[in-house]
Design a protein around this ligand. Structure first.
Ligand SMILES: [Zn+2]
Ligand SMILES: [Zn+2]
Length: 147
């Protein structure tokens, strides 16, 4: 018998191994983040998890699931929006990422850049600063909204 059946996650084998450990509740949260491809706040997430019977999960459960996904590198927290999004990019755990946040449609794209990472590392090094997370949030309009 297969350890895990078909799944909607289109990641590589590594992503598959990471998501295989998810509880159903955490997986449901990740599935919504992946499907929506935008930043989602905890309370909107709670609404989206509402069952057919109208029952919502407890906020603490949703916050724990979101924290877990961020810890595992499966999602990121956008400080400027107090919201979360799935990590759609294959990058190292401590690699700097830039988020391009569309203020019109809410779409968020994640990008990495070698030169940007090198610059950020030299900035931190110049200040003898041990960076834990390097996240840049860039606000503006996406290609579709600017067209
Ligand atoms: Zn990411
Ligand atoms: Zn847009």
């Amino acid at each position: 018998m297969s350890k895990h059946g078909p799944h909607s996650h289109d990641g590589d084998a590594d992503g598959c191994a990471r998501t295989a450990r998810l509880t159903p509740g955490r997986r449901a949260v990740l599935d919504i983040l992946t499907r929506e491809a935008r930043a989602i706040g905890a309370y909107e997430m709670i609404d989206m998890l509402k069952g057919a019977d109208g029952r919502r999960p407890a906020p603490i459960q949703v916050y724990r699931a979101l924290d877990f996904l961020v810890d595992q590198g499966l999602a990121h927290r956008l400080a400027s929006r107090n919201a979360y999004m799935a990590c759609g990019h294959k990058h190292g755990a401590r690699e700097p990422v830039a988020f391009l946040i569309c203020e019109t449609c809410g779409r968020v794209e994640e990008a990495t850049s070698g030169p940007l990472a090198a610059d950020l590392k030299s900035v931190a090094a110049a200040h003898k600063f041990d960076a834990r997370a390097e996240i840049i949030e860039i606000a503006g309009r996406c290609a579709a909204c600017a067209a």
